[in-house]
Design a protein around this ligand. Structure first.
Ligand code: COA
Ligand code: MG
Length: 291
């Protein structure tokens, strides 16, 4: 499953779903949480369930963002959306791996009752939305068998800590969010799951999005949340390795394959050792090539 571009679609908008399914995203995140007003929650459940029934005709994998555990709505959301067509659940405001275990226990019987393969429904986590969550990022290692990725969020965390802004004048994250972003990256790498960067709120600023995606990819993020269909192409492009990167990675992998007993090699006047080989293998994997 590719987790490169993940487009949020509010669960109460047929119009946005119609647009979203054509957007070229790897994943559509059908939202039952904060994009849906309380008065529309019940209708959104039914709407999202109907969309899942059309999954076979949609190229993207379909995830659902359920309401968080402290709302008491999670079980009811899952009861409606765990059905064939559902690829995964996005868990917001998680406080650590124990919340994932709780939600996985809710999914188990629903998945069986729906006639799905055990473990078919994957889990992604928004891992930095509460202050407690910041102290629990290590708990995702070892990963729950359903866990495929971690992402992070700035908005809810900011509200929880009483911040008045989360960006500097030049658009860079302020310190608390840089910290959250980095810890999310480390937690995902530690657990061996995919790190997905948070959304870029200014959806009309394509250049800003592009520059920010390049920084994210440089740092190790493998994909990014989108909130508008116009962001998807930029994200797909930025998180796909370029021809030059693929060629360089192939060169490194081939050189080590030709010298199976070497731990370090000189290629074009530069030193390469095992971490470089691993990173080259990751680049080829991201490009859909096998090492
Ligand atoms: N998914 C699918 N379609 C979307 C979309 C999305 N996330 N965001 C916008 N569109 C559609 C609009 O419906 C519109 O389609 P139409 O011409 O058929 O009406 C088209 O794309 C252009 O939209 P635009 O006018 O540029 O934006 P907007 O003002 O309608 O919507 C937002 C702006 C922010 C409300 C909207 O992008 C949105 O709902 N984003 C997702 C929010 C969300 O899910 N947040 C939760 C996670 S943080
Ligand atoms: Mg939120």
């Amino acid at each position: 499953m590719k987790l490169r571009s993940l487009l949020f679609v509010p669960g109460d908008s047929d119009r946005k779903f119609a647009k979203g399914r054509m957007a070229g995203a790897d994943v559509l995140i059908l939202d039952l949480e904060d994009a849906v007003a309380p008065s529309m929650k019940a209708a959104a459940r039914e709407q999202v369930s109907a969309w899942l029934g059309d999954a076979d005709n949609i190229e993207a994998s379909l995830f659902v963002r359920v309401n968080p555990l402290d709302t008491g709505m999670t079980q009811g959301d899952l009861a409606v959306v765990v059905r064939p067509g559902l690829a995964g659940i996005l868990v917001p405001k998680a406080n650590g791996a124990h919340d994932i275990a709780t939600i996985a226990d809710m999914i188990d019987p629903l998945e069986e009752a729906a006639g799905m393969m055990p473990g078919a429904v994957k889990i992604m986590v928004v891992a930095t939305e509460t202050p407690q969550a910041m102290f629990a990022l290590g708990s995702y290692t070892p990963p729950h068998p359903r866990l495929v990725g971690l992402t992070w969020g700035a908005e809810d965390l900011g509200a929880a800590i009483g911040a008045t802004a989360n960006k500097e004048a030049d658009g860079q994250w302020t310190e608390p969010y840089r910290f959250a972003r980095s810890l999310c990256l480390f937690a995902a790498a530690s657990a061996g799951v995919v790190p997905v960067d948070t959304l870029y709120a200014d959806f009309r600023d394509a250049n800003g999005l592009e520059a920010d995606c390049r920084r994210a990819r440089r740092d190790g993020f493998v994909g990014r949340i989108a909130i508008h269909p116009d962001q998807v192409a930029t994200i797909n492009r930025c998180f796909s390795p370029s021809e030059d990167e693929i060629a360089q990675a192939r060169k490194i992998v081939d050189a080590f394959a030709a010298n199976p007993d070497a731990g370090t090699l000189g290629i074009d006047g530069k030193m390469y050792d095992i971490p470089h080989l691993k990173s080259a293998q990751k680049t080829l994997a991201a490009a859909g090539e096998t090492a």
